[in-house]
Design a protein around this ligand. Structure first.
Ligand SMILES: [Zn+2]
Length: 229
């Protein structure tokens, strides 16, 4: 999944209003932050195999440290703890940061063919294969993205023009990168994919953080002050 992970981050702002959207995006995409680094180090492997799924040409041969269920839980705990320490005790925010890291595995489980390990060294591979259908992927992931965008837009409001323009530009750029994917020629090489993946993190995390600084959580509608009780 791609925009589906961002959808989870956008939606989580309502539950974790103190956490910056940059932190939420980092959490939701964290397994894909670890993955390209391990690919470049030669620890994890994949190959570009056009047709392996209809939507994505990536054949994930081995990625137990970034994408096994067990390691996902470890990464979730680590990131939640790091956020808890850095955000001086935002307990519920830390919970949601951890939940977002874990949501990545669930969303990948939906989209990938059976290639997700349960734990390093395990033989089982899980995946429900939504990527076998281009239309199905657009419908399901697109609906998730629309929901996430709507929730963040309802939960927050722009403090200035940047808060509006940078936010909607982020939405448009993500869609512009995602929609042509299955109709584009495959990427030139595995290393290039990993490098682009790292660059994407370095762009989208600060971008989301910047958006969030220029928006504020809408005050919840006052309850019980409208008239006599
Ligand atoms: Zn992933």
């Amino acid at each position: 999944m791609f925009v589906g992970h961002f959808a989870a981050a956008f939606a989580a702002k309502k539950a974790a209003p103190k956490a910056s959207l940059g932190m939420l995006v980092l959490a939701a995409t964290f397994l894909d932050v670890v993955w390209p680094v391990l690919v470049l180090l030669g620890v994890e492997t994949f190959r570009i195999a056009p047709g392996v799924t209809a939507f994505s040409p990536f054949d994930f041969q081995s990625y137990p440290w970034s994408h096994s269920l067990l390691m996902t839980l470890v990464w979730s705990a680590l990131l939640a703890w790091a956020y808890y320490r850095a955000a001086s005790g935002d307990r519920s925010g830390a919970f949601w940061v951890g939940a977002l890291v874990s949501s990545h595995w669930v969303l990948d489980l939906v989209s990938h063919r059976p290639d997700l390990p349960l734990y390093p060294g395990g033989a089982a591979r899980e995946g429900l294969g939504l990527w076998d259908s281009i239309g199905g992927t657009f419908v399901v992931e697109g609906a998730l993205f629309a929901l996430g965008v709507a929730l963040y837009a309802w939960t927050t409001r722009a403090k200035d023009r940047v808060g509006s323009i940078a936010w909607w530009a982020l939405v448009v750029v993500l869609l512009a990168l995602w929609i042509p994917g299955p109709f584009s020629p495959p990427p030139p090489g595995e290393r290039a994919v990993a490098i682009v993946g790292i660059i994407a993190v370095l762009i989208f995390t600060p971008w989301a953080w910047w958006v969030d600084r220029h928006r504020e959580v809408r005050p919840s509608p006052a309850v019980g002050t409208a008239g006599p009780t």
